[in-house]
Design a protein around this ligand. Structure first.
Ligand code: GLY
Ligand code: MN
Ligand code: MN
Length: 461
């Protein structure tokens, strides 16, 4: 945990940015996997971690906007717990670590909420994303648990996003640690990227690195020689010459800050000329986007710049044609890069996505596009110092999508389908780094991870 005053300051800032009522932040509870006492790996709610820091199940935090008091509702362990779990700190001791002095048993939360309701006070809560917390909220508020998402407080969502979007120095340190773990994961995967090796073996090895150094992967590891499938979680292939392995993987630190890195490695460690040509295009898009990231730009600008680099490179290879600016404006390049350039990152790998993507990445001035490709950009806003986000251009040859667009005669002025069809067995390339906006520009976070053709080939050797 950070020091107690970090959490006290965050709660004070939140209370001061809101009008009235109480804020209720439910922590997560253990969730059964295949029978009641065999739970999934416990992951605390990120908003609870941000404001209360305690990484234990079954807690609720309350901030009273009107009287400035904070409370934690949870239960002290009993003898049964001690027998199975060993001695534990008291609730009072735990709450003190978060700078909270007022505590009460979980059972008292319902009375507290009832009292606030009876006085006509506003009860602010965030959109629940787990069934257990939907049920708890429904029970506390005596409302339909299925409707809890639509009853969440927009005022609270906006106030939380306004705080969590700007990372504190301590948070940056954590994210850099998370990139350090990702560096070990990726360099290990590169060294293992040899013909005959099963994807599962590499997957398991790097998941183990994430668990040995932190809380495990920050999202299910994407690792495949079929990198044209953007989020490929099937790890049953045997690596073979002529393919590239896309690894999109990050770790959580012990305090749950994330990293999210992608590297693409040729099986056998040497790029063939066709692989090198596409790889260099994506690398160029990654490096140019990083270079131009800074205050005064928006992530939407950066996304479009990267798309132009990809389209221009594909035009040089004869896969695309026509005017590059017009091609990108029309969305033709999205055949080869059908996703956004990146997203905010912090306590969640897609930071605050549970609060609603458009609250995090868009506002009244910057609206989400509905064009295929650009519509998937999660974060389109102007950059401000303290923003942390990913830059992850890619180039993919998705046979089904190429055939569909061809048959529908989509963007025939910008795409040479005959040439694109020569790449149906190619796969895909993605290169992703984690970047922070500073007063004067940007900083690529964490330890550098081999990325140029030479660096990747040298490491594999
Ligand atoms: N975690 C997948 C990605 O956004 O890169
Ligand atoms: Mn990623
Ligand atoms: Mn990402």
């Amino acid at each position: 945990m950070f020091k107690a005053d970090v959490y006290s300051k965050r709660r004070k800032a939140l209370r001061e940015s809101m009008s009235e009522g109480i804020v209720l932040i439910l922590g997560n509870v253990d969730s059964p996997m295949n029978y009641p006492s065999n739970p999934f790996h416990f992951r605390q709610d990120s908003d609870f971690l941000y404001f209360f820091g305690l990484d234990l199940q079954g807690m609720a935090g309350v901030m009273d906007i009107d009287n400035g008091e904070d409370y934690i509702f949870a239960d002290d362990v009993d003898m049964d717990d001690i027998i199975w779990m060993g001695p534990q700190p008291t609730l009072k001791e735990l709450a003190a670590k978060a700078g909270v002095s007022k505590t009460a048993p979980s059972a008292k939360l319902a009375d507290f909420v009832d009292e606030a309701k009876n006085k006509g006070r506003k009860i602010h809560f965030l959109p629940p994303y787990r069934g257990e917390n939907k049920m708890t909220l429904g029970e506390l508020l005596r409302e339909n648990p299925c409707q809890m998402n639509s009853r969440a407080s927009e005022e609270l969502i906006k106030a939380v996003v306004a705080l969590r979007s700007y990372k504190e120095p301590g948070e940056i340190e954590e994210i850099e640690k998370a990139v350090g773990i990702a560096c070990d994961m990726h360099t290990t995967a590169m060294k293992m990227c040899k013909p005959g090796v099963k994807e599962q073996e590499i997957f398991g090895t790097i998941e183990g690195i994430a668990l040995a150094q932190g809380r495990g992967p920050s999202f299910p590891i994407i690792l495949s020689i079929n990198g044209q499938t953007l989020h490929n979680h099937d790890h049953n292939n045997i690596l073979r010459e002529g393919r590239m392995m896309v690894v999109d993987a990050g770790a959580e630190t012990n305090m749950h800050y994330a990293s999210d890195i992608t590297r693409t490695t040729p099986v056998g460690g040497v790029f063939n000329s066709r692989q090198k040509e596409i790889y260099e295009i994506v690398l160029d898009a990654n490096m140019k986007a990083i270079e131009s990231a800074g205050p005064g730009k928006s992530n939407k600008d950066l996304h479009l710049e990267a798309c132009r680099v990809v389209a221009s490179g594909l035009k040089d290879l004869g896969i695309m044609k026509g005017d590059v600016d017009e091609a990108v404006a029309s969305g033709a390049h999205a055949l080869f890069m059908p996703h956004g350039l990146g997203h905010m990152m912090g306590l969640d790998v897609h930071d605050m996505e549970g609060l609603g993507e458009n609250y995090v990445g868009y506002n009244d001035e910057v609206k989400r596009s509905d064009q295929f490709g650009l519509a998937f950009l999660r974060f389109g806003l102007p950059f401000k110092p303290g923003h942390v986000f990913t830059i992850e251009p890619g180039c993919y040859f998705i046979p089904e999508l190429i055939e569909k667009w061809k048959s529908e005669k989509m963007h025939t002025g910008f795409i040479n389908y005959d040439k694109a069809e020569q790449y149906l067995d190619f796969g895909g390339v993605r290169i992703e780094d984690d970047v922070m906006i500073t007063e004067s520009g940007h900083k690529v976070l964490g330890k550098p991870i081999p990325k140029t053709v030479k660096e990747v080939e040298d490491l594999c050797r």
